[in-house]
Design a protein around this ligand. Structure first.
Ligand code: XMP
Length: 318
């Protein structure tokens, strides 16, 4: 019978056997899968696991600093690489959704490759690939781990992708990953985090990306997500976030007319992200959240709530 404890025991033994005394590099994303993979490898090989956590400048507010601290607190051998400026510079002027994804994927690979070159004698690349990713990469629709896969053939293979691959979670599902994480003592809050796309806020800022738009959306998103937690709604929602729309609308403040940005809030229920329904959040919550956003985030004067299901709408707007 499958139990998290027996999975940990056999996987740690298998990792020791496979990796021996060699070094392994792993990219942490702040998400559940890469974290659980890292903790398993850390149990098996300790300091020979080199984790890299890249700030692409498109993470949630304060996430890079707080998640990095959390990783360090878990005893992981992790290096935080703040590449926010590099990503923003490369993204400047790009407003096509797939164009933005390509740039973010390419720059991530460049940064990761630079970092893995600083390590000597690395033999393995570990990834937090889970079973649905394995299936999805076969059907090639571009799930979380597709960022790396779909950029394979752009200008030759980066060196780190020539490494031997270790994927300790490739045979298990998300709920099992969470149970494994729990049995290894990983913080429940971290394990319960909503999924977050690899390109991050980059695909929630419709149109081109600027530092100012990122800052604005980070503030909006933080108010929404913290509100969901405060109201005890966070765990009833599969995924939530805010979109910064490329439209200005007229508003009024005092005697002045304003002409400022509109944001859309989205919260969905889902099992696997393939289909989704919008969540019937309480009006009082939406009212409080909208007021907080408009009163606190400079440049935003209108908030709307997305009531579209997938299909035919998607979860993200880009
Ligand atoms: P859609 O918008 O296609 O999203 O309904 C389904 C799920 O996939 C996530 N998503 C992505 N994840 N890279 C990722 O790693 C991407 O380019 C990407 N696009 C969408 C989305 O957040 C949702 O969980």
């Amino acid at each position: 019978e499958w139990t998290p404890d027996s999975f940990v025991e056999t996987t740690v033994a298998a990792l020791k056997e496979k990796v021996g005394n060699d070094k392994v590099v792993l990219g942490l994303s702040g998400g559940v899968d890469s974290t659980v993979a890292a903790v398993l490898l850390n149990k098996a090989i300790g300091e020979n696991l080199y984790c890299i956590f890249v700030n692409n400048g498109l993470l949630r507010k304060d996430e890079f600093e707080s998640v990095l601290k959390q990783y360090e607190g878990m005893g992981l051998n992790v290096k935080g690489v703040d590449a926010a400026d590099r990503f923003l510079k490369e993204l400047a002027g790009e407003s096509d959704p797939e164009g933005k994804r390509k740039i973010i994927g390419r720059v991530f690979i460049e940064v990761f490759d630079d970092e893995s070159h600083l390590l000597e004698d690395v033999k393995f690349l570990a990834q937090g690939t889970i079973y649905p990713d394995v299936i999805e990469s076969v059907s090639a629709t571009g799930g979380p781990s597709a960022t790396i896969k779909s950029h394979h053939n752009v200008g030759g293979l980066p060196d780190f992708m020539k490494l031997k691959v270790v994927e300790p979670l490739r045979m298990i599902f998300k709920d099992e990953v969470r149970r494994v994480g729990k049995s290894m003592g990983i913080d429940a809050e971290l394990l319960g985090r909503h999924p977050f796309p690899g390109p991050g806020l980059g695909i929630r800022i419709l149109g081109d990306i600027t530092a100012e738009k990122v800052r604005m959306l980070q503030e909006v998103d933080a108010i929404f997500i913290n509100g969901l937690k405060k109201w005890g709604l966070y765990n009833d929602v599969w995924q939530a976030g805010a979109m910064l729309l490329p439209v200005n609308s007229v508003g009024v403040m005092g005697d002045e007319r304003t002409y400022e940005k509109c944001v859309a809030l989205r919260a969905v229920e889902s099992v696997d992200g393939m289909t989704a329904d919008w969540v019937d959040l309480p009006y009082k919550f939406l009212q409080e959240t909208s007021n907080k956003i408009i009163n606190n985030v400079k440049g935003v004067n209108r908030v709307v709530y997305d009531i579209s299901s997938k299909p035919p709408a998607t979860i993200e707007w880009e």
